[in-house]
Design a protein around this ligand. Sequence first.
Ligand code: MIG
Length: 852
Amino acid sequence: MSLLGKFIDGVKTLGLNVTLQSALYPLRKRFYSAKFTSPAPAGNAATTYTFAGRVLAHHQTPAAGDIGRQTLDLRCENAQVQLVLLAADLIRVRVRPNSRLEQPAHQPAEPFSYAVCTKAADWPPTPFSLHEEQDALTIRTEKLHCHIDKNPFALTFLDPDGAVICADAAGAGWRGDNVACWKRLPPDERIYGLGQKTTPLDKRGVITSMWNRDPQFYHPGDDPIYANIPFYLGLRQGRGYGIFFDHSARGRFDFGATTPGVAHFEADAGSTPDNELRYYFFYGPQLVDVLDRYTELTGRMIMPPLWALGYHQNRWSYTPDSRVREIAGEFRARHIPCEAIHLDIDYMDGFRCFTWDHSRFPDPAKLIADLHAQHYRVVTMIDPGIKVERTYWVCQEGLEKEMFCRYPDGKLFRGPVWPGDSYFPDFTSPRVRAWWGQLYQGLVDLGVDGFWNDMNEPAIISSNNDTLPDVVQHEYDGFGADHRTAHNVYGMQMARATAEGLLKLRPDERPLVITRSLWAGSQRYNMHWLGDNYSDWPSLRNTMQLVMNLGLSGIAFTGPDTGGFVGTPDGELMIRWNQMSVFTPFFRNHTVKNSADQEPWAFGQACERLCREFITLRYRLLPYIYTAFWQSAQRGLPMARPLFLQFQDDERCYDIDDEYMFGDAFLVAPIYEQGARSRRVYIPAGQWYDYWRNTITAGPQITRLDAPIHQIPLLVRAGSVVPAWPDMQYIGEKQIDTLTLHVYPGNGVSWLYQDDGRTWAFRDGAYRLTRFVCKLGARLEITREVTQPVEQIAGLDDYARIRIKLHGLAHPPAHVHVDDVQIQECKFEAENRTAILETGPFTEITVELAPE
Ligand code: MIG
């Protein structure tokens, strides 16, 4: 597009004022950067690295044989190194260049980090032994050995049998203000994680940046985008490990792209408090255990309110209020389940946060009350940028209380976003977070249920998808840092301010905060959506990689704009996308401003019917999906899991990124090609049921599964018990007294987690956990065990009746006993290969299967 064309386009969406400010922003940014960046000190230009050098002395605390927090300090030629054993499979490494030891803001004894919530002192003591040889030291725990070469200093992590898990190449080094680290990357190792990455799951051969960025629409391969997390998993020959580089500063990973066989990390860590290299090494060997530990260190997802798992409808923007009402009415009239309607930026008065446009929304309280009466939840957007305008109360307050980011000379930073030139709250200040949190009071009083934090990379609207200049200053919780170091945590701290504010304003309710930018540990405060994708097939396919990668980075709760944001899908894409989104953690339809309608009924009757069917399926599966959330909140286990997480010994799973497990039972293989009516699927070891046909397939094998337009290829693991609800239009529509258990004969353990779906009562034990064990031998046995007392819990369905659906039977069962009483009534549906029986809360069911 010509410059003029771009300009005209910009004026159409942004208005003349913002377009001009945006066009001028790069100049302004250059001016301030030049003004405040002192000529680089000699070291900054350094192209060569310095390394720790020889180990001169070491010191162990506490002394050998004592139990306590185990620390090994090493004095090297050029650095101080400290290894702290936090657990038998977790070691923290700090390398502090001698040249930086005297820096005034030098790292305190216990390093500050926005990611880490379990501090060193909080870990229980771990026994370890230290062995010294002439040229080496070795730390040994029951799970992990760490070999330390003395000349020069280098680390090798080994398993207790002596197999190398991960070894230093050049090890830790630094140049100028940067810190860096090099590890060996054997040819058969896979690398996963790093946050929201559009590249294929395995990151070998990739150079990728740690810099949260609004790409203004992205395609597969675009990098970096909104949410980057410096944590990766390595997997080789069945052994999995993890490394978390605890640096929020602008950074970069290079997995063998520049030097084959070497993985390289480097961070622009000049500004305090990142002036040391610091990383955490985790060993599995199971990757699920690495994720468990990683989320023990950086925190786990808070349980979301149940309504968050329903279907959400959005567009940029539903306005005026009559249009919102119309949409709400349509869903109910058409019997398409829907839980929440989102209000994008146009509900605000001129994009001023915490205000309403009263011409379009004259009575927000009434609108929200009416939507609540129709059983909808309402989510509103809030951006970080606060319009520069004396008469606007948030701006006024922010100025008076000094809440906004500044340049080194104290001048306020301004940058153009939706409302035009804006100030940016410094969310790295506890004071600012507390202030921001209570700004939500008005929206909470109106009854708004959930909050959506956009643009918090932070994004500036300009010709090159900009952000704040490096020289902008941040409080960084008392440590002080410039924007290079604060940038990546900015969005995380905004979402934290929102979540913490909501906890004060509505202490009994679990908050729902949806955010676009993330950093390590964000899972403690918010969920995420995938941002501005395209309405095309490659973006549908990419969703799987994005969701899996985020899950492997601690962020389990995310999902795409279903149907795609930019552009307009056709009916077929819409159907396929909805089929997949049933099996992504977050399920929301959203589209860009001025695009064609994208509601499920906008593509004709066939599409509407199938969308209805699949959204209804999502609601049926809610007890199963909620249980998967609970598992994630317990152990950091992603909900959408790459096959290798479940089948780590099967190397054929290591590169599969177009199918995944959703929870324990489902293997999902979405259709991502136009016109495809079948697809190739890798089926891992074990017995699997075709969800649609109830036929049995055995893995491992590669097979082709049929996918007529009304079906998504879907397998269920044998031995699963999948709990399900009746059809409903919204959560709470029905008092549910019958729970359906879909039983897929085989051997396995399944769970059902229940709580009130809303409050924190579960933390005091107000939850119910049921364990189902399926055993298939001469007969099928299903046991049900409630592991948490069954007293009445407010808001909990009791399931007086249980309907069992036995799948995959060629013949009616010969006998069925429920708790030793023979059941006469057992309905058999030959065409569905299903037997159905009705019972109550049982302990054991045995089924005598008829011979095939
Ligand atoms: O510059 O609020 O990703 O979901 O609809 C665009 C308008 C700002 C970006 C978000 C998108 C949202 C849009 N926002």
